[in-house]
Ligand binder design. Structure first.
Ligand SMILES: [Fe+2]
Length: 230
């Protein structure tokens, strides 16, 4: 009996040690940079909570699971996975994209009172490329409404320094090797139904119109400024 008890304690110690040595999951859900209700009335609190706490969390969980199942992916950064997404299993491509895109998306927005305007440099670049801010917004909306099914619409800075609007399916993005139009995203909107359906139902165009009220132009302008230094 005594020996059995000692043996049991020893086994427990080994088991505890094994648990302690399990590496933490490499990817985690970033907190929203504002309260869930902060973007109302454009995006309601329930949509924000479900979108962040459930949908984004699911991408993070599935990405951790997929990476844990493939030793070749151990230790690789999110940016590295995204850059070669087309060479990776579809679960890694979709969930690495989902994690990258949503992390970027939350930071692209701010409460309406803090939305601001494009910096003079970004405003000038938009005017050069699209004619005016209004023309840019119209073209961005068109790209978002024309995205069949689920996906994203982006404003990117291309390698040649020009701006472009592009749209990607599913959770792809313009940093991926598979992207039709490649570039550095400086602005992106999620046109999956989970981003707007509770408030806008099937009216994606209305969501795209309203969304400009919560675009954080300071962050977007800062991202553009970084691309000018490369
Ligand atoms: Fe989403």
């Amino acid at each position: 009996m005594f020996q059995s008890t000692i043996f049991g304690v020893a086994a427990l110690c080994v088991a505890t040690s094994a648990v302690a040595q399990v590496a933490p999951a490499p990817f985690s859900l970033p907190p929203l940079p504002y309260a869930a209700a902060a973007l109302e009335p454009v995006i309601d609190a329930q949509t924000m909570t479900l979108h962040h706490d459930r949908h984004h969390q699911a991408y993070v969980d599935a990405l951790n699971k997929a990476v844990a199942a493939d030793p070749a992916l151990k230790g690789q950064s999110l940016d590295a996975l995204v850059a070669k997404a087309g060479t990776l299993p579809v679960a890694v491509r979709n969930n690495a994209g989902g994690h990258w895109n949503h992390s970027f998306f939350w930071k692209t927005m701010a409460p309406p009172a803090q939305a601001g305007q494009p910096s003079p440099a970004l405003a000038a670049a938009i005017d050069r490329q699209f004619g005016s801010l209004a023309a840019f917004k119209a073209a961005f909306k068109e790209a978002g409404t024309k995205r069949f099914g689920s996906g994203w619409v982006w404003l990117v800075a291309k390698a040649d320094g020009t701006l472009a609007i592009t749209s990607t399916p599913n959770q792809d993005n313009p940093l991926m090797d598979v992207a039709e139009v490649k570039g550095t995203p400086i602005l992106g909107n999620d046109v999956w139904e989970h981003a707007y359906y509770l408030k806008y139902q099937n009216r994606r165009a209305d969501y795209l119109d309203g969304w400009w009220q919560v675009v954080d132009w300071k962050t977007v302008s800062d991202r553009y400024a970084v691309t000018l230094t490369r």
